[in-house]
Write a protein that binds this ligand. Structure first.
Ligand code: NAD
Length: 270
């Protein structure tokens, strides 16, 4: 892909040391952006992620290890990121965690952590990033929600609450910036992507739990998970979510605003 449509632009992807975040950062790097990688990771994982985005074509790369459960840490990260290249055109709120238990059994601390990381962190990053985007007449906020921002599943109370909240927050922000800029400048848009089952570390414990029914066979565990909810019976690759994010960053996407785009093998069509 040689279309450098993000040359001169800077993108922060939270939770991009691995998984969906790294795939999105890699795809935005292919379009020539300066990339801010972020997450909680080992030094080896950080070097590897940096090398991956540079090899993909990033103009420059930096890494932040801010703990996004802490508003003070987010504030410091956003100051550093905004100063790095004189602004931030693309913000992808992707960092997220999961914990499965019934509402009755869910530890209160897990509720607090999931709401802080999966929802409140996006409020804080958006609050810091939007003024510069509005001033430039161009900006893209992409919030990685989930099918669980559109429909519920048992055992996922805080996760579903956070993702529904993220969808709502994105719609509000989209309304507030809808008239900014022009077709030529690209405007400012705020959208969600709603993945179904996607091959990352996040879903491994859930596959492992199912695999136990099949003598530990992970492939059969995955099939069991898919057949319950995802009619395509196929997972998504993280790179496929990266393609959707890149599409939303195009100038021509100025009027795609306030949507939640499922990548879910028809899960939410049921
Ligand atoms: P992952 O576990 O591979 O990556 C999560 C990232 O978030 C990591 O880089 C981690 O360091 C970072 N992170 C977690 N807590 C953090 C904290 N307190 N401070 C800073 N960074 C933190 O997971 P993934 O599957 O790539 O998930 C990415 C996003 O996609 C999440 O928001 C998740 O809810 C969403 N999602 C994933 C799936 C799926 O099937 N994998 C489906 C729907 C939605």
């Amino acid at each position: 892909m040689s279309d450098l449509f993000l040359k001169g632009k800077t993108a922060l992807v939270t939770g991009s040391a691995q998984g969906i975040g790294l795939a999105i950062a890699t795809r935005l790097a292919q379009a020539g952006a300066n990339i801010v990688l972020h997450g909680l990771a080992s030094p080896e994982q950080i070097s590897e992620a940096k090398a991956t985005v540079m090899a993909a074509g990033a103009t420059d790369v930096m890494f932040s290890d801010a703990d996004v459960s802490q508003p003070v840490a987010i504030e410091a990260m956003m100051k550093q990121v905004l100063a790095w290249k004189g602004g931030l055109e693309i913000l992808v709120n992707n960092a997220g965690i999961q914990h499965t238990a019934s509402v009755v059994d869910m530890p209160a601390a897990k509720w607090e952590a999931i709401i802080a990381i999966n929802l409140s962190s996006a409020f804080h990053t958006m609050q810091a990033a939007l003024p510069g985007m509005i001033e430039k007449g161009f900006g893209r906020i992409i919030n990685i929600a989930s099918v669980h921002g559109l429909v519920a599943s048992a055992q996922k109370g805080p996760y579903v609450a956070a993702k529904f909240g993220l969808v709502g927050l994105s719609k509000v922000a989209a309304l507030e910036v809808a008239a900014v800029g022009s077709r030529e400048s690209g405007g400012v848009t705020v959208n969600c992507i709603a993945p179904g089952w996607t091959e990352t570390a996040l879903i491994a414990p859930q596959i492992l739990a199912r695999a136990a029914k099949y003598g530990g066979d992970m492939k059969l565990g995955e099939q069991d998970l898919l057949k319950e909810k995802q009619p395509s019976l196929r997972t998504s690759a993280p790179s496929e979510i990266g393609e959707v994010a890149a599409m939303l960053c195009q100038t021509w996407a100025h009027n795609i605003n306030g949507i939640t785009l499922p990548v879910d093998g028809a899960w939410t069509s049921q």
